[in-house]
Design a protein around this ligand. Structure first.
Ligand code: PXG
Length: 467
């Protein structure tokens, strides 16, 4: 294999990677045996690896490259900002134009009265900020005992100690003694796997009411906030039944707790509106942003507070003893501003809503006819399919969870498609700029990969349902 670019040959890169680089969420021993895949270029919705193989990136990187790869305007914005002022902090009563313009721009864009922005370097950091912020908020209002944050099993809110504690990933809690104190988890609105004999509507209500039960059990005087993603992303694109969010909103309205909506994935058009809160008619007190905020071109995250929370916080909070070196980094802010300008001027979210998401939806839901697929679901530009051994009985495979999903992912790569697996679910979250023709190509590659997986499952004698 030849290489296309000014980099070392693949085998050399893999050897150096194995010797020196520890990857996130990776079994290093296993990866080092196999060798990492090296991505060297990207344009639009396509990636190129170090061997020159082209891949359609149906994950937008990691749910983040909403405007697609290769936008020169974002590179120019970064260059301009670096030459003007590459770094200055926002501590000690200082600021710079990009951070001020971005804060004002986000206040304009965000729904309702979400008007005050605290910047971070990532979604995890922003959620850590949220933990400290809501606890400090209640303490400032003379309710220091309101510290408990309720979250959900199988939620993803980041990988810092705070973010992973808010998250409901058991494997993450098992490493490092998490969650931290005063984080509680209720069950998730995952009808396909956990709904049993209930209708989706009944199930959505039942799972939402677990929030009310948790508030009663813990004591309203001890609960600071509830945090949730509009649609769980990393958990496997879990789209709640329609009954879920209205009931959660009612419960939050009737109790003295704050509602934190984690828009890290759903924000910036992913669900077909600018924010998942708009798609599901949620009125958050705080939202978390990252990823699509800069389309992944620069690391940046943010928490946006409603006027009610911000006013109390500012009037009574005194100094908030919290902040990051890179809070409001000028280059990241300049790139985010340019990203938002492009999303707006090119009407990318509107095109998703009116044209490409309906096209993807129609095609994606047809995957449910495939013999391997128990359910296909989609919200805007994020979709999942459930790989099962028994369609009618909604039963998973006997093989340990993730075995079949991983096989499918490998077939996808071989066929030139990046589709992620979460256990035995396959998920997509393509760049929002994906065209109808590229969506058609995505579906052709996905179907071929499913057929290859089915053949492989039969060949290996794995077509057995769990008891
Ligand atoms: N909240 C949500 C809803 C996320 O999806 C974070 C917070 C944390 O953001 P940072 O920028 O700190 O990573 C995320 C991140 C996956 C995967 O496997 C998903 C995320 C991160 C890493 C892997 O799908 N989401």
């Amino acid at each position: 294999m030849h290489t296309l670019d000014n980099h070392l040959p693949t085998a050399d890169l893999q050897a150096l990677d194995a010797a020196h680089h520890l990857h996130p969420f990776t079994d290093s021993a296993e990866l080092n045996d196999k060798g990492t895949r090296v991505i060297t270029r990207a344009d639009g919705v396509y990636l190129t690896d170090s061997d020159g193989k082209r891949l359609l990136d149906a994950m937008a990187g990691l749910w983040c490259v909403n405007i697609g790869y290769g936008r020169v305007e974002l590179a120019d914005a970064a260059r301009r900002q670096m030459l003007q002022i590459p770094y200055y902090n926002t501590f000690f009563q200082t600021a710079h134009p990009p951070v001020i313009e971005l804060a004002a721009g986000l206040a304009d864009l965000a729904p309702g009265d979400l008007n005050r922005v605290f910047f971070a370097g990532s979604g995890s950091e922003a959620n850590d900020t949220n933990i400290r912020m809501v606890r400090h908020y209640w303490a400032s209002l003379d309710k220091p005992e309101k510290t408990v944050i309720i979250s959900r099993e199988n939620a993803y809110h980041g990988s810092t100690l705070g973010g992973a504690s808010l998250g409901g990933m058991r494997a993450m809690h098992a490493q490092g003694g998490l969650p931290i104190a005063n984080i509680e988890h209720i069950r998730q609105p995952y009808w396909y796997r956990e709904g049993g004999d209930m209708s989706p509507a009944e199930f959505g209500l039942a799972r939402a009411r677990e929030l009310e039960q948790a508030i009663a059990r813990i004591g309203e005087d001890r609960v600071a906030a509830f945090i949730a993603e509009p649609v769980q992303g990393a958990g496997g694109v879990i789209i709640p039944p329609d009954s879920y969010w209205p009931e959660i909103q009612r419960i939050c309205d009737e109790h003295e707790i704050l509602l934190i909506v984690d828009e890290v994935i759903c924000g910036f058009g992913r669900t077909g509106k600018w924010f998942g809160s708009q798609t599901y008619d949620i009125r958050p007190d705080i939202i978390t942003l990252a990823k699509g905020l800069s389309s992944g071109y620069q690391p940046i995250g943010a928490s946006i507070l409603s006027d009610r929370v911000a006013d109390g916080f500012i009037a009574h909070g005194g100094e908030f003893a919290h902040g990051y070196t890179y809070s409001g980094h000028p280059v990241a802010c300049a790139v985010a501003l340019e990203n938002i300008r492009i999303l707006r001027e090119e009407r990318i979210v509107e095109t998703v809503a009116d044209q490409t998401a309906p096209h993807l939806r129609e095609k994606w839901l047809q995957l449910a006819d495939h013999p391997l697929i128990g359910e296909a679901r989609i919200a805007g530009m994020m979709g999942a399919i459930e790989l099962v051994a028994d369609k009618a009985g909604r039963r998973p495979f006997e093989a340990s969870e993730g075995t079949i999903g991983l096989m499918c992912r490998e077939h996808c790569f071989a066929n030139g498609l990046v589709m992620r697996h979460v256990g035995d679910k396959m998920i997509i979250s393509p760049p929002l700029v994906i065209s109808k023709a590229e969506i058609d190509e995505l579906l052709v590659l996905a179907l071929k990969s499913l057929d290859d997986t089915l053949r492989d499952i039969h060949d290996k004698g794995l077509m057995k349902a769990a008891a």
